[in-house]
Design a protein around this ligand. Structure first.
Ligand SMILES: N[C@@H](CCC[C@H](N)C(=O)O)C(=O)O
Length: 287
């Protein structure tokens, strides 16, 4: 059980916000209930998720990556569930490491449940993450909101996404609960659902309902999934043309720039901001 005050920081990437818990030796006891209490926007600190900052060598799920990446992003959704990857989270995680003096500007590697991600911290500027390749399973779903339905493309960025192109982002409704989709068997572990409209050539806007967090103001893996789905819909496949394709993705919390290269690698660039730091009363974690 945690008894001493627990250091935390608060940060966001395009307003996808996180409680950051530095815990290099992995000593904190963080059951799902503790994460949910931390992320509670009224009774806790508030956040879409938690970035638990642990040395890879000290975490059973990351030990094997310790040779490649010193730090492991143990990401948790706001409801306490575990996710494979968080694109905005990796930028904020890297921004925290740099601010704490644990890494320098420039290139570093971060271990995640979705594998090791290469990150570039530009001097005083945005952060770029090599997000890996998208998988595009054949099986898609139909997503419904308020009597309207859309076919949704299945895109896996380490975590699952369903991307639906709509005429108007307002058609996604209030997104207070997860939109129903069928067949449910396509996503046995749940899914992040993106609603997308066109803004112009290579330029889209989206809203997202995240698994484990509800509607958020941004989702990095979601923006990558949307960029790939938009490219394929537009007949663009860098693996075929041999030319990189870039999409600008507007989200309610800001803008991300996504580039897919001919080898399938996807780069995501955006801001990472730390807004506060302090200590948490350990009693918050136990309720
Ligand atoms: N906001 C994140 C994605 C976080 C994980 C997601 N909710 C899931 O459960 O897969 C991002 O920026 O990618």
């Amino acid at each position: 059980m945690n008894t001493a005050p627990i250091a935390f920081l608060k940060g966001h990437g395009t307003q996808n916000d996180f409680v950051i818990l530095p815990d290099p030796d992995n000593v904190l006891d963080l059951p799902a209930s503790a994460i949910a209490r931390l992320c509670d926007r009224r009774a806790g600190i508030g956040g879409d998720g938690v970035l638990h900052v642990v040395r890879s060598a000290a975490h059973p799920e990351a030990k094997a990556m310790a040779g490649e990446a010193e730090w492991f992003m143990d990401y948790r959704n706001g409801d306490g569930s575990i996710a494979e990857m968080c694109g905005n989270g990796v930028r904020v995680f890297a921004g925290y490491l740099e601010r704490a003096g644990l890494v320098d500007e420039g290139d570093l590697a971060v271990a995640t449940r979705g594998g090791v991600k290469k990150v570039h911290i530009a001097k005083g500027g945005d952060i770029t993450v090599s997000m890996g390749r998208a998988a595009l399973p054949e099986a898609g779903v139909t997503v419904s909101v308020d009597g309207r339905s859309w076919p949704a493309r299945n895109v896996n960025m380490g975590n699952p996404h369903a991307v639906a192109f709509v005429d108007d982002l307002a058609h996604a409704g209030e997104l207070r609960s997860a939109p129903p989709f069928s067949p449910e068997a396509v996503y046995p572990d749940g899914v992040n659902i993106e609603f997308v409209v066109d803004r112009g050539p290579g330029h889209v806007a989206m809203r997202v309902h995240e698994r484990g967090a509800g509607e958020t103001l941004s989702c990095g893996t979601g923006a990558c999934a949307v960029a790939v789905a938009a490219a394929r819909r537009d007949g663009v496949d860098p693996a075929v043309t041999g030319t990189a394709a870039t999409y600008t993705v507007d989200l309610p919390g800001g803008t991300l720039v996504i580039t897919e290269y001919p080898d399938g690698e996807i780069a995501m660039t955006g801001a990472a901001v730390i807004v506060a730091e302090g200590v948490v009363d350990p009693a918050l974690l136990t309720g």
